[in-house]
Write a protein that binds this ligand. Structure first.
Ligand SMILES: Nc1nc2c(c(=O)[nH]1)N(C=O)[C@@H](CNc1ccc(C(=O)N[C@@H](CCC(=O)O)C(=O)O)cc1)CN2
Ligand SMILES: Nc1ncnc2c1ncn2[C@@H]1O[C@H](COP(=O)(O)OP(=O)(O)OP(=O)(O)O)[C@@H](O)[C@H]1O
Length: 194
């Protein structure tokens, strides 16, 4: 299973890099507009009380920064505390001082831990069922399992439309997304377990 996923990851990384080159900032802005609209549709007037997790884009990830900057409530970014553990989230704002984290993404220089209710989730590839392929650390799977066990969360995958695949390889520990947003719009998934 891991061998299968590793080959998929390499191919998906190449495809994403091509989309990043071709679609770039315009697609990111369009996708961020869709994220904002989706959040307003789901949370309505309660949105300013919703803590939103984004991420600091690395490699060829589509940038969620426009949606993070526009969010009317608290915003945070993921930080790896240790391997094989769920992610921590630390408060972020557009003027937060950042340092390079151990896994390649920037993290806040000063830690201010918070717990997100809505998450914008990065990915290498997604499919029409709402499954995603990440970098292989299992960080978002562990994190979503923990947050979902505690209460209601909304996990929104953010990607270029070209990152869609017929079916990404899955394992029992994979946590499906509640929605996928691309520059082409939003797809919401009804989850039978809630
Ligand atoms: N922007 C951003 N920040 C993020 C994540 C993310 O996916 N994107 N993460 C989400 O988890 C965490 C970082 N997780 C990472 C996990 C693995 C690798 C990595 O370099 N993995 C190797 C080997 C992969 C394999 O096992 O095949 C690689 O990709 O070469 C990088 C980041 C926290 N912050
Ligand atoms: N809730 C969990 N508890 C224990 N192990 C887990 C859990 N979720 C995932 N894992 C393990 O983590 C490893 C990597 O998972 P996977 O390949 O799905 O990562 P990913 O979703 O691509 O990466 P990421 O979430 O970090 O972006 C797998 O071997 C998986 O068994």
């Amino acid at each position: 299973m891991e061998i299968d996923k590793s080959a998929h990851r390499k191919a998906a990384a190449v495809r994403r890099a091509q989309a990043h080159e071709q679609a770039g900032p315009k697609a990111a802005q369009a996708a961020c507009d869709v994220v904002q609209r989706h959040l307003r549709a789901v949370f309505g007037a309660g949105l300013p009380r919703v803590t939103l997790a984004g991420y600091m884009p690395m490699r060829s990830e589509i940038s969620p920064l426009a949606a993070m900057s526009a969010h009317p409530g608290p915003v945070c970014v993921p930080v790896i505390a240790a391997p094989h553990t769920p992610l921590d989230f630390q408060r972020w704002s557009p003027d937060t001082l950042l340092v390079r984290g151990a896994f390649g993404a920037d993290i806040p220089a000063v830690a201010d831990p918070v717990t997100p209710v809505a998450l914008i989730v990065p990915l290498l590839a997604f499919d029409a069922r709402g499954y995603r392929l990440g970098y292989g650390g299992g960080f978002y799977d562990r994190t979503l399992a923990l947050l979902r066990a505690r209460g209601d969360v909304l996990a929104i995958g953010l990607a270029y439309a070209a990152q869609e695949q017929p079916e990404v390889p899955t394992e029992p520990t994979d946590e499906p997304l509640d929605a996928i947003v691309t520059e082409g719009g939003v797809t919401s998934f009804a989850r039978s377990d809630r």
